[in-house]
Design a protein around this ligand. Structure first.
Ligand SMILES: Cc1cc2nc3c(=O)[nH]c(=O)nc-3n(C[C@H](O)[C@H](O)[C@H](O)COP(=O)(O)O)c2cc1C
Length: 188
């Protein structure tokens, strides 16, 4: 199973739309996909006590990350970086195991012209710190308000083909790099 993270808690975000677009394309490639949309994060997770003890409502989120074979993160650009909610989500994941050896891939989007290049590169550094296996190809969706059609498809053929290529390549990367799940012996 693959997880697609929609990387903001902003309601009605374009990240949500792009995450679901990625879900549809991955399912068409035969993948089972679970979308984790940060808009649905339980509000009690934001209590300061959560650093020490996670609320029970977070178990399903941690469980999805523990179970999955790979993570695709859809990253919007907020103030030249990725959203604070996305960093908070990563900070709430069990340390250090959650992303160790995890095949990860990134799609950026922004209202502006750079498609969240800075945000994705900054987030890649965070995931790499957590010892994720980063798939090198990324797709950037600039001017996202114009790019997405009414039925939530990408309108620029070049961007759409690039995303297809990335998703296909990522599926193969996941297959080539089976993850040792938390609690599993790498040798077994
Ligand atoms: C707090 C905030 C900061 C933003 N900063 C930037 C930015 O630095 N550059 C940019 O191109 N767009 C910026 N945007 C616009 C987002 O890129 C745009 O809303 C896009 O749709 C992706 O975000 P979304 O998933 O929240 O919709 C910002 C939006 C918000 C809410």
């Amino acid at each position: 199973m693959l997880v697609v993270i929609s990387g903001t808690n902003r309601p009605q975000s374009n990240s949500s739309r792009v995450a679901r677009l990625c879900q549809r394309r991955l399912e068409a490639l035969g993948q089972e996909v679970e979308v984790l949309d940060l808009v649905d994060l339980p509000v009690e997770l934001y209590r300061p006590e959560s650093y020490a003890e996670k609320p029970a409502s977070f178990a399903a989120w941690q469980g999805a990350i523990d179970r999955c074979a790979g993570v695709l993160t859809v990253v919007p650009e907020y103030n030249g970086s990725f959203p604070g909610a996305l960093k908070y989500f990563v900070d709430m994941l069990a340390f250090p195991t959650s992303l160790v050896g995890m095949p990860c891939s990134f799609v950026g989007l922004s209202a502006g012209t750079w498609g969240a290049l800075r945000a994705v590169e900054q987030l890649q550094g965070v995931y790499q710190y957590r010892q994720a296996l980063v798939y090198p190809m990324r797709t950037f969706v600039p001017k996202v308000y114009e790019e997405l059609s009414a039925d939530d498809e990408l309108q620029t053929e070049f961007v759409s083909k690039l995303l297809d290529e990335q998703l296909r390549g990522f599926c193969e990367f996941v297959q080539r790099n089976p993850r040792t799940k938390p609690g599993e012996d790498a040798g077994s």
